[in-house]
Write a protein that binds this ligand. Structure first.
Ligand SMILES: Cc1cc2nc3c(=O)[nH]c(=O)nc-3n(C[C@H](O)[C@H](O)[C@H](O)COP(=O)(O)O)c2cc1C
Length: 159
């Protein structure tokens, strides 16, 4: 929410579309179906995408995974060329507001949220920016510090 408010302040005229993946969840991806094609169209039409991602069981919530399954589409956002995979969605700005209950080194064997999102967006040609609130479940002090850190990182997005 703070990230959206910050972006709105920077670009007052910008249209904002909200997709609530909890209130209106996408189904699990199954092959052969063309349902939810609007998700990809919406993504392709956007200049900036803000993703809210709490860490659940060391990775992203399954609702967000279902969304990513609609975004990583061969021939649309990536392709396999002579030199291997090639991202086709470069030029978009992706900001991930990531919150985690604990604290993780980037190379931790348990960290599959930030690393996954970096890899998934990287695969389609986007380097995501992260604003991170860590230690949310450790205790009240750490929670407060984690949220303050996240909000400070949101402020830095404007810089
Ligand atoms: C079902 C569930 C699983 C979670 N798994 C993890 C986890 O694996 N690692 C972690 O650091 N925090 C974990 N958390 C804590 C959340 O990442 C933390 O509370 C989050 O920042 C806030 O998410 P919320 O906005 O959905 O409450 C988990 C929380 C829930 C509810």
């Amino acid at each position: 929410m703070a990230t959206i408010a910050q972006l709105r302040e920077q670009n007052p005229g910008q249209q904002v579309i909200e997709r609530d993946l909890v209130a209106t969840p996408l189904s699990h991806l199954t092959l052969g179906g063309s349902a939810d094609a609007d998700v990809l169209d919406e993504f392709l039409a956007a200049d900036t995408i803000v993703v809210g991602a709490p860490m659940y069981n060391f990775t992203v919530p399954s609702q967000l995974k279902a969304w990513i399954d609609r975004i990583l589409v061969a021939g649309k956002t990536f392709r396999y060329g002579a030199n291997g995979p090639e991202g086709l969605a470069g030029g978009k700005r992706v900001i991930v507001a990531l919150s985690r209950g604990g604290f993780y080194e980037d190379n931790s064997a348990f960290e599959h949220a930030k690393s996954y999102l970096q890899a998934a967006f990287g695969f389609i040609g986007i380097t995501p920016e992260f604003v991170t609130a860590d230690g949310i479940a450790v205790g009240p002090e750490q929670r407060e510090a984690g949220i303050a850190n996240g909000l400070a990182e949101v402020e830095r997005l404007a810089a």
